[in-house]
Design a protein around this ligand. Structure first.
Ligand SMILES: CC(C)(COP(=O)(O)OP(=O)(O)OC[C@H]1O[C@@H](n2cnc3c(N)ncnc32)[C@H](O)[C@@H]1OP(=O)(O)O)[C@@H](O)C(=O)NCCC(=O)NCCS
Length: 141
């Protein structure tokens, strides 16, 4: 069963470790989809996905990380939001790891984000599909 919840400190550390490992494989889908496609410099990637960076972002209280978990500890995907002002939140990232796509996990992550933001009184959620991001666009639609 898949559950979505806000990440604890331990959850964020586990996620960072997984991402760091996946991003180390330059031929892997995660690297290709999230780094190569956007021409992001490798140095920036290392920093952005180190353990300290997401934890720092969450500690600032402007950012929330949601984890989709199976059996309470296997990470299937995640979403990260950043609050821009009282009315607006950006969905900074939503990623379902390649082996778990097409199983409704992304939809469950997105539904949790929307539910939480509605409760907070957020009026607008900004999402970015990127140039050529047709499948992301279809997903958000
Ligand atoms: C986009 C992403 C989050 C979707 O997650 P997912 O768990 O596979 O999505 P779901 O199974 O909940 O699919 C929901 C709907 O999205 C659409 N969709 C999902 N993946 C799609 C794809 N590859 N091509 C076209 N439509 C797609 C479909 O309409 C689908 O509905 P359906 O199953 O009834 O046809 C996931 O593919 C991913 O992580 N991609 C790489 C990162 C990315 O592009 N993130 C978003 C932009 S930042």
């Amino acid at each position: 069963m898949t559950t979505v919840s806000k990440a604890t400190k331990n959850g964020i550390q586990a996620l960072s470790k997984k991402l760091f490992k996946l991003l180390g494989d330059k031929n892997g889908q995660i690297y290709q989809d999230n780094v190569a496609r956007f021409g992001i410099p490798g140095k920036y990637v290392k920093k952005a996905f180190s353990e300290e960076t997401p934890l720092g972002a969450v500690a600032s209280a402007k950012s929330t990380i949601y984890l989709a978990l199976e059996s309470r500890c296997k990470i299937l995907g995640f979403a990260q939001t950043i609050q821009q002002d009282a009315d607006t939140t950006e969905l900074d990232r939503i990623v379902v790891f390649p082996e778990y796509t097409g199983r409704d996990v992304g939809t469950q992550l997105l539904a949790s984000v929307v539910k939480d933001e509605k409760r907070k009184g957020t009026k607008t959620i900004v999402v970015n599909a990127g140039i050529g991001g047709t499948h992301a666009r279809r997903f958000y639609d």
